[in-house]
Design a protein around this ligand. Sequence first.
Ligand code: NDP
Length: 310
Amino acid sequence: METTKCLIIGSGPAGYTAAIYLSRAAIGSVLYSGIQPGGQLTQTTTIENFPGFPDGVEGFDLMEKMRQQAVNVGADIRQGIVTAIDLSKRPFVATIDDGSQIAAESVIVATGASAKYLGLSDEQKYAGLGVSACATCDGFFYRKKVVAVVGGGDTACEEAHYLSNLAKKVYMIVRKPYLRASAAMQQRVNEKENIEILYNTNTLGLFGEGGVEGAHLVQFKGTDQEQTLDINIDGFFLAIGHKPNTDFLAGQVALDEQGYIALSGHNTATSVEGVFAAGDVADPHYRQAIAAAGSGCRAALDAKAFLDTL
Ligand code: NDP
């Protein structure tokens, strides 16, 4: 079986940064890109808060630059998904979706997080038929149509703003009486005449023949003002946060109460010696590309320090 000093799982800013650092330190590593090569940023539009790009940078371009930088310093980047890993003894053994296996003396988990859904059966019923968790991927299909975005955070505002430039009208379905998003994002949304925010509102279900034609909503749920209403929409976009991608670890690494990988103190070490975590999979708090890149650097340095002790 092939053996590597460090297996990096995931290809977002954390994974690529770890690969850059390990490659430059001449520590053999293999990075598997996972389900979404380049990670979440490949699905976003212009990024204005990643230092070094005074005019902003497209998410896809930023990730392509990081990948190319890693390749240029010698990183071994492979397409493939780690479907299972045995962390009970070293070397750790990972199984890839093509059936191959690789042994690793250390592991950096940088698998990021995936969009959350409300858990309505209609989300599955209309998957690909009007339900989406990525405005920049699917917004194009809703030109001059009516859509709804669920959520009141920065992502929801960003998606609503993006969609408002394509769609005729955008509803934001917000369960609280206020937006959680930053002031700058709120201002952008408020400046758009075709965005209507429905506060104190939850989604009960979707309806439509062969595709989404509307949503059943409830407002002021559980109060004496409670009322239901239906809105006619062509697209229903989820922007209610993310869930860390840890299923493949099958409970072998300690998680925090929200399901993120628990780190031990100031460094990126997990509950398993030799296994480190970086980026959104271990970050319930900051969840920013620059923070993920920084933690990828730290994980690489922590992995190097661990490998030096062997
Ligand atoms: P957040 O967790 O910040 O917001 C999630 C939103 O979805 C909240 O309004 C929340 O409501 C709502 N929500 C959660 N669950 C449900 C549910 N079951 N039903 C209805 N509504 C629900 O996630 P984001 O993805 O928006 O942002 C994540 C992080 O990324 C944040 O730190 C954010 O600042 C950052 N970010 C930054 C950007 C930028 O700087 N340009 C762009 C995008 C994200 P409630 O408020 O009631 O909990």
